[in-house]
Design a protein around this ligand. Structure first.
Ligand code: ADP
Ligand code: TRP
Length: 327
């Protein structure tokens, strides 16, 4: 089984939503399956980041976050999407079997249209590039957060359409892998945690910044003695760092009253810092060795390219591109 996933480099450090919704699964899946590929989706970041230096910085940061969280270049292939530009060719091959209506139904595109944003073709085609990412490497399983499930369904659809159009089996139909307990992580304002809402708690921000974010998590104005709603965002966040027994106890204490939000926040802060402490050390280790990080990404790209070449060749042959058999 071949597992593959990617992360868009659009910020300085991944946040708790990225970690609990995706990255944590990447790390645990490394040991479960024989082949894993995790990449940094720098082409995808082009729909929002329009500054070369910034993109490079964000790309390095995702590489550091990957390594810090425990992705291991000995067990997983780590690479930068744009090191394999062949993915753009497969994107083109797929666009020609992708109905407009499918892309018009994509959540991200619809949301941008609803907000009256100036939508460019890159954003519209985003799901096709994502499908190419997955199909180019014959991935069987794609671990992603809930919000990416639609993209995987579209990927399956495109692969089936391509195979059908050219009466071939050049592309493998992948499965989504959504962790059962990968709930949507709320941000400090109670909406879904997302960079675009500015409501994140970053895994590797400074202690001061994390403290500020945690202390700023929205709560109602109930006093210490009043019973609290255990499904409020502050409890959802706290629960991420607690085991089943602790969660149950916390829910009971919340409903009984006598527990102040300030104390919960202090405890949450301690748990966040503790949870990421060893990862933070590992991150600092790699941050001080940029050449090593670059070498890891290059070695990963070489392996990824070796996997991609026969797949793309199979698609070209099936579609009658190039000189048949020699192309
Ligand atoms: P953002 O919304 O901050 O831009 P991305 O869209 O880059 O985050 O998400 C990267 C990965 O992290 C995706 O697989 C996504 O499903 C997951 N993810 C992002 N935010 C959350 C969240 N609040 N809860 C759970 N998973 C999330
Ligand atoms: N679209 C994904 C996100 O926003 C990132 C991504 C790009 C991806 N290509 C992918 C995820 C291929 C899984 C597989 O999070």
């Amino acid at each position: 089984m071949r597992v593959l996933s990617g992360t868009k480099p659009t910020g300085d450090s991944l946040h708790l939503g990225n970690y609990f919704g995706a990255l944590r699964q990447f790390v645990s899946l490394q040991d479960k399956y024989d082949e894993s590929l995790y990449f940094i989706a720098d082409y995808h970041s082009m729909t929002t980041v329009r500054d070369a230096a910034l993109r490079r910085r964000y790309t390095t940061n995702v590489a550091l976050d990957y390594l810090a969280a425990g992705l291991d270049p000995e067990r997983a292939i780590l690479f930068r999407q744009s090191d394999i530009p062949e993915v753009c060719e497969l994107t083109w091959l797929l666009t020609s079997v992708t109905p407009m209506g499918m892309l018009e139904r994509a959540h991200a595109y619809k949301a941008a249209m609803d907000k009256g944003e100036n939508v460019d073709h890159g954003l519209f085609t985003y799901p096709v590039l994502m499908a190419a990412d997955i199909l180019l490497y014959h991935a069987d399983l794609v671990p992603v957060g809930q919000d990416q499930k639609q993209h995987i369904e579209m990927t399956r659809d495109m692969a089936q359409r391509f195979n059908h159009a050219y009466d071939c089996e050049a592309l493998v139909i992948p499965e989504p892998y959504i962790m059962k307990d990968a709930a949507v992580v709320p941000g400090t304002d109670g909406q879904k945690m997302s960079k675009s809402y500015g409501n994140t708690i970053a895994m590797f921000a400074s202690e001061k910044q994390i403290k500020k974010a945690v202390m700023g998590v929205v709560t109602d104005s109930k006093g210490v003695d009043e019973p609290k709603d255990p499904s409020a965002p502050i409890f959802d966040l706290w629960n991420l760092f607690a085991d089943a027994k602790e969660r149950e106890e916390m829910a009971q204490r919340a409903q009984a009253g006598g527990l102040g939000y300030g104390d919960i926040k202090k405890d949450l802060l301690a748990r966040v810092l503790d949870h990421f402490a060893s990862m933070r050390e590992r991150r600092a280790h790699f941050e001080a060795r940029p050449d090593d990080v670059e070498a890891i990404l290059r070695a990963g790209a070489e392996k990824a390219r070796a996997m991609a070449a026969p797949v793309l060749e199979g698609c070209r042959l099936a579609a009658g591109l190039g000189v048949n058999g020699l192309a």
